[in-house]
Design a binder for this molecule. Structure first.
Ligand SMILES: NC(=O)c1ccc[n+]([C@@H]2O[C@H](COP(=O)([O-])OP(=O)(O)OC[C@H]3O[C@@H](n4cnc5c(N)ncnc54)[C@H](OP(=O)(O)O)[C@@H]3O)[C@@H](O)[C@H]2O)c1
Length: 247
C-alpha cells in the first residue's frame, strides 16, 4: 500500500498498536478514523489530534458494526483502507471448564469481529480504484503460548482467513496485508512494562518503515517476530514452542 493519500478506518484505534498506527498515519497526512467502545477515550483522542475522526464501535455486536459502517462510509466516502485491529487476550486454564466464557468472548471479538467487519467493508473497498485491507494476527498464530490457548487459535485463524481473502481478492483493486506483531508493550494483557516485549514506539516505527519500503508486502513482520513466524519454516519449531512456554 501507499502510506500516504489514504482514508483509513482503524477498528481498535483507542489504544496500543491501533492508536499508535492511527497517529503515525495521521502524521503522514492520511485521513484517519478510529473505532472502539470507549467513547470518552475517542473524544479525548479527537480533541488532542485535530482531524482524526472517531466512531463508537463494538465488534462483538453486528448492529454496532453496521452503524459504524454507515457512519464511516457516509461521512468519509473516500474510504479506501480498513485495519482490523480490535482484539482481546486473556489467560485460560483448559482444565477448568470455566474457561469457556473466555474462549467464547475471545472468538467473538478477535475472529468473528474481524470477519463481520470485513464482510461489511470489503464490497465497499472493492468499488475503489485502489484499496487496502490490513488484518492483525500475531507471532502466537505460529507458535502457541499455552497460557492463552483460544487467543493463539483466533490469531492462527486470522492468518489462514487472511490468506484466503487475499486469494479471493486477487485481480480486484484490494490489497490484503497481514500485520504479524511480536509481543509489544501495550495494555493488551498488562505488558506495558514487560522487558521481554518490544517497546511500542520501536514496533510502530519499524512497521511504518516496512509498509513504506514494501508496498506489495503480504505480511508485515518486524525483525523481532521472525523468531516465531519462521520457527516451522526453519525447522526449529519444537525448540521455539519450548522456549516460548519456558516461563
Ligand atoms: N501487544 C501485543 O503484544 C500484540 C501482539 C500481537 C498481536 N497483537 C494484536 O494487536 C491488536 C491490538 O492490541 P494492543 O496490543 O494494541 O492492545 P490494546 O491496547 O488493549 O488495544 C486493543 C484495542 O482493541 C479494542 N477492542 C477490544 N475489544 C473490542 C470490541 N469488542 N470492539 C471494538 N474494539 C475493541 C480496544 O478498544 P476499546 O476498549 O475502546 O473497545 C483497543 O483499542 C490486537 O488484535 C492484538 O491481538 C498485539
Amino acid at each position: 500500500m501507499k502510506t500516504t493519500g489514504n482514508t483509513i478506518f482503524i477498528t481498535g484505534g483507542t489504544s496500543g498498536l491501533g492508536l499508535g498506527l492511527a497517529l503515525r498515519f495521521h502524521a503522514l497526512g492520511n485521513k484517519v478514523i478510529i473505532g472502539g467502545r470507549r467513547k470518552e477515550l475517542l473524544d479525548e483522542i479527537a480533541a488532542e489530534h485535530a482531524g482524526i475522526g472517531t466512531v463508537v464501535l463494538d465488534v462483538d455486536d453486528p448492529a454496532s458494526i453496521q452503524a459504524a459502517y454507515d457512519e464511516v462510509t457516509s461521512s468519509y466516502p473516500e474510504l479506501n483502507a480498513v485495519l482490523t485491529m480490535s482484539g482481546i487476550m486473556h489467560p485460560e486454564n483448559l482444565l477448568d471448564p470455566g474457561h469457556l466464557d473466555t474462549a467464547e468472548a475471545t472468538i467473538t471479538t478477535n475472529l468473528l469481529g474481524t470477519i463481520r467487519t470485513l464482510a461489511k467493508f470489503t464490497p465497499y473497498l472493492m468499488a475503489k480504484q485502489k484499496a487496502t485491507i490490513l488484518t492483525v494476527s500475531s507471532g502466537l498464530a505460529f507458535v502457541p503460548l499455552a497460557f492463552t490457548p483460544t487467543y493463539n487459535a483466533t490469531k492462527a485463524a486470522i492468518h489462514s482467513y487472511t490468506q484466503s481473502l487475499r486469494i479471493q481478492l486477487a485481480g480486484t483493486a484490494v490489497q490484503v496485508i497481514e500485520l504479524i506483531p511480536p509481543a509489544v508493550q501495550t495494555a493488551l494483557m498488562g505488558q506495558q512494562n514487560d522487558e521481554r516485549a518490544m517497546p511500542l514506539e520501536e514496533y510502530l516505527a519499524e512497521t511504518m518503515t516496512l509498509l513504506a519500503d514494501q508496498p506489495d508486502a503480504a505480511e508485515i513482520t518486524v525483525q523481532r517476530v521472525g523468531f516465531l513466524r519462521d520457527a516451522e519454516r526453519e525447522n526449529r519449531y519444537d525448540q521455539t514452542v519450548a522456549a516460548v512456554n519456558a516461563h
